[in-house]
Design a protein around this ligand. Sequence first.
Ligand SMILES: O=C(O)C1=C[C@@H](OP(=O)(O)O)[C@@H](O)[C@H](O)C1
Ligand SMILES: C=C(OP(=O)(O)O)C(=O)O
Length: 430
Amino acid sequence: MEPKKRLSNPNIGLNGELHVPGDKSISHRSIMFGSVAEGKTVIHNFLMGEDCLSTISCFRKLGVEIEVSKDEVTVYGKGWDHLKEPSDILDVGNSGTTTRLIMGILSGRPFHSVLIGDPSIARRPMKRVTEPLKQFGTVIDGRSGGNFTPISIRGGNLKGIHYSLPVASAQVKSALILAGLQAEGMTEIVEREQTRNHTEKMIVEFGGTIEKHGDTIKVKGGQVLKGTEIYVPGDISSAAFFMVAAAIVPDSRVLLKNVGLNETRTGIVEVMKKMGASIEVMEKSNEGEPVGDILVQTSNLTGIEIGGDLIPSLIDEIPIIALLASQAEGKTVIKDAEELKVKETNRIDAVVKELGKLGANIQGTDDGMIIEGKTPLHGGEVHSWGDHRIGMTLAVASLLTDSDVYLEDAEAVKISYPTFFEHINQLLMK
Ligand SMILES: O=C(O)C1=C[C@@H](OP(=O)(O)O)[C@@H](O)[C@H](O)C1
Ligand SMILES: C=C(OP(=O)(O)O)C(=O)O
């Protein structure tokens, strides 16, 4: 374990332009779809974070040739039937997306495979995927009746199902779509709350079809996908740390370039606007995944209420929104976000405890948190809990503290943003 990282407040604003790394959700999916498609897939701006590297490693073990170079990743897909039985366990590392989506793919493959991950993955609920996959006809099991890793799968002979999602989860939806693509007949998935739709968009990029009528998604089985070229937009979930930093650190003005603006992901923009932030979004292209630039400047903020169907569109941004709210006048209430308890850590507990150590006034609730602002922050010793988003939230908080912050397990940021600390320094030097 690295020593605690010392973060000193330089007492200057963040200024300049930044290209944040590629979108994590889209990077995972581009490897997965590239692996089951026929022909070559070239991926530009792929996120070289540890989670996406876990996805590459799993598909290599399934026999797929994947070349990684400085500028692009090339996947030599040969179709669903060319995935081969792995001779080793598949290690998903810290990645929930890898675990859940790969189960959808493996459920249709006529061989045996075993998934394991790190201690955080071992605590995350998997029954939400294994149960509906059993309904397709796959043989799948895991610890505690199929709820936790290690998970073993012997797939094949799927029949399409009709399934209503009990939780708003793009990972569950995507796993079922990936199974549905391999099943006999039609699969119908009802999603009452819209979640990120990158899987649906990517099927079309790979020459497949998928329909949505009202809240029902329909996928036809037996689809052959074709390799393609993918341009991964910047990750709005990574950009969020700099959007918030620019809004709360005095004398800041940051232009984030080529960020993904898929409307199922832009809840953070809506929240910042409602809080009164100086934020401008300039969309540049709207084909497939929309992309544009986001300009944020130091702002006077007011607390608001955040809940309902906005939550899935900003679920990963809640830790950094909590910090934002601590710098807003008045009360911010975050509700309907119980999913936070089953992310890499219990993110309600982690945010309340760690931001609390720096002086933020945050109280945990059953389904979110209540934050009272505006609070001056002070230095202290904090812990990322091994959770990348908690680590980055605490690092942004250190830009406002009156003395040094010592962050334990700062390395966790490499899961989704390996160049995070370099990027902070880059904006502080302008
Ligand atoms: O599908 C995806 O790529 C993701 C979906 C979300 O999880 P859930 O679907 O479990 O809410 C999100 O928290 C995660 O970071 C990535
Ligand atoms: C929850 C996250 O990722 P995953 O579920 O893929 O581990 C995240 O990136 O915040």
